[in-house]
Structure formats: structure tokens, C-alpha cells
Design a binder for this molecule. Structure first.
Ligand SMILES: NC(=O)c1ccc[n+]([C@@H]2O[C@H](COP(=O)([O-])OP(=O)(O)OC[C@H]3O[C@@H](n4cnc5c(N)ncnc54)[C@H](OP(=O)(O)O)[C@@H]3O)[C@@H](O)[C@H]2O)c1
Length: 283
């Protein structure tokens, strides 16, 4: 008599934010290939259609508003019957510009998406994960959450804040079966820089700034086509770490993806601030 077949393992479910391009799209497709049921978010109808065409379950999400953020969480929790295994908080953008050129509105918009919306979404799915005693919250951090760079203050501030709040969350989730994890990429090939340039042009009064000369140089470099850093990696490098964060029985608190994140993750712990500043001003 043959032994009865074990029941099939339940399909694991993940919500990936910001899947219209870059890292999010790569991770969403990569996880689907590994057998995950992937809910993938985007903002525009065309991007949502493309996600559906690629075999993902599209979910509209604009992290800038609570209404959209809470509606996305509700949609996914209803579709999974409360059995969401993982959330990859990937969606974000960068608002470049010197700190003294940032309006309150520009700074607030940066925090609304990169921090407030991200945490609101996380908090909306956490009760279901706690109830099952199982789940992964994976945050997409940045090398700019580890060290500062000139003209990146708004983005730096949100990614430093994400480091802090994720470290707190990890401590608060101890023993719950839910793990909070940080992925530290940068630089990665994506649409990120193009989006950042649009934010700069929209919100920074470059001609009337104390930094006008530096902005002119940056625009000239952009017009010539900025060289890609030799440390830039494809988004698949992030996918590899996300897979470990989601599937390892004991995920690491932090995953460094690129050489600069390994380097600066180490240097910020050992160098005096003045020495680190000297290096960062030239990076
Ligand atoms: N590329 C890098 O070098 C690098 C380095 C370190 C960290 N990261 C991090 O990696 C993550 C993904 O960035 P990426 O490099 O893949 O850039 P990307 O190609 O520009 O992707 C960003 C994604 O976020 C979405 N997004 C932006 N604003 C949003 C909002 N208000 N609500 C919902 N979604 C929004 C974008 O959607 P739309 O298409 O609708 O704009 C897009 O899907 C970000 O957290 C970024 O901070 C990137």
C-alpha cells in the first residue's frame, strides 16, 4: 500500500511595493518565478496593466495618501484571507537639493512616501502576521541610510529614519515570529535617478540658491550623460538578498548588497566623523 501524499505546501504570498520599474519589478518577477504568489503595486493604470500581463496580481498604491495605503492593505489581506507572508517595502523616491533649498512641502512629501506611507502600510498588515505568528517585513534601505552625502539631505533623512524605525520594530517584534529586515542597496540600475532629476526641477529654485554654481555643474554633467559608477549593480543583486531575507529560517537584520554599502557600513562604525566627512565629500 502506498503512503498517502502529503498535502501540497501552501503558496507563499508577498506584497511588493513600487513594482512598476527597477528593483521592485525585478523582485516581484523573481519571486513569482520561485513560486510565490506576488501582489505588486504601481500608481498608473498602464503600469498596473503591465504587472497583470506579467502574471502578477496588480494592486494600486500611492503611498502619499492614507486612503490609498490602507485600501491596498485591505485588498491584499482580503485576497489572501489574512494569510500574507511577507511585505517588501520598496517604493520610494529621492528629492535632491541642498538642505537650505528644501521647502517644508518638499521635505514633507519626501517623508510622506518614504517613511509615513511605508510604516502605515506595515502597520496595516502586521496584526494579520502577528495573529499567525509568522511574517517578514523587508525594508528597502540605502547606502544613504548609512552615511550622508551632500545634496541628498531629504532622502538621507528618510532613509536614516527608516533604519531607526526598523531597528525599533525588530526589537518590538522579538518572539512574535515576524521578522523586520533591512536591505541596503546602492547604487543599482533603475529609473531612480531620472525620477530624482524630475523632483529636483519641480521643487528646487536652483538659480536663486547659494548652491547655484554647483547645481549648474550637476546639470551640465547630467546633460553630458553622467557616467555610471563602476560599483553599480543590476537589480538582480537585490533580488538575491530579498530571497534570503524571505526564505531563510533565520533572516539577518541587515543585508548589504553592493561594495559601497559593505564599505560605508563598516567605515561609519570605525572612522571619526571628520575623516568620514572627508571621504564622503569626495565620493
Ligand atoms: N537605484 C538605486 O541606486 C538605489 C540605491 C539605494 C536604495 N534604493 C531604493 O530602492 C527602492 C526602489 O528604487 P529603484 O532604484 O528601483 O527606483 P525606481 O525604478 O524609480 O522605482 C521606484 C518605485 O517606487 C514607486 N513610487 C514612487 N513614489 C511612489 C508613491 N508615492 N507611492 C507608491 N509608489 C511610489 C515608483 O512608482 P512610479 O513608477 O509610479 O513612480 C517605482 O515603482 C527605493 O526604496 C530606493 O530608495 C535604490
Amino acid at each position: 500500500m502506498t503512503a498517502p501524499m502529503p498535502p501540497p505546501a501552501p503558496v507563499r504570498t508577498v506584497l511588493v511595493t513600487g513594482a512598476s520599474s527597477g528593483i521592485g519589478r525585478c523582485v516581484a518577477l523573481g519571486l513569482k518565478q520561485r513560486g510565490w504568489a506576488v501582489f505588486a503595486t504601481a500608481r498608473s493604470d498602464a503600469d498596473l496593466q503591465a504587472l497583470g500581463d506579467a502574471g502578477l496580481t496588480p494592486v494600486p498604491l500611492d503611498l502619499a495618501t492614507s486612503a490609498s495605503t490602507l485600501a491596498a492593505a485591505k485588498t491584499v489581506l482580503e485576497a489572501t484571507d489574512g494569510r500574507l507572508d511577507a511585505l517588501f517595502n520598496n517604493a520610494a523616491f529621492a528629492q535632491p537639493g541642498a538642505v537650505e533649498d528644501l521647502s517644508r512641502d518638499a521635505l514633507r512629501a519626501q517623508f510622506e512616501v518614504n517613511l509615513f506611507g511605508t510604516i502605515e502600510l506595515t502597520n496595516a498588515v502586521l496584526p494579520a502576521m502577528r495573529a499567525r505568528g509568522h511574517g517578514r517585513i523587508v525594508m528597502n534601505g540605502s547606502v544613504l541610510g548609512l552615511v550622508a552625502m551632500p545634496y541628498r539631505g531629504a532622502y538621507n533623512a528618510t532613509k536614516f529614519a527608516l533604519e531607526g524605525i526598523t531597528d525599533t520594530l525588530r526589537l518590538e517584534l522579538r518572539g512574535s515570529g515576524v521578522h523586520a529586515v533591512l536591505i541596503e542597496p546602492g547604487p543599482i540600475q533603475s529609473n531612480f535617478r531620472a525620477a530624482a532629476r524630475r523632483q529636483f526641477e519641480a521643487h528646487i529654485d536652483a538659480d536663486h540658491s547659494a548652491h547655484a554654481g554647483r547645481y549648474r555643474d550637476m546639470r551640465r554633467q547630467t546633460a553630458r550623460g553622467r557616467r555610471q559608477s563602476r560599483f553599480t549593480r543590476p537589480p538582480e543583486a537585490v533580488l538575491k538578498k530579498v530571497i534570503h531575507a524571505l526564505e531563510a529560517p533565520r533572516p539577518r537584520p541587515r543585508y548589504y548588497v553592493t561594495f559601497p554599502t559593505h564599505l560605508f557600513g563598516f567605515l561609519r562604525r570605525v572612522l571619526p566623523t571628520r575623516v568620514l566627512d572627508w571621504i564622503l565629500a569626495r565620493a
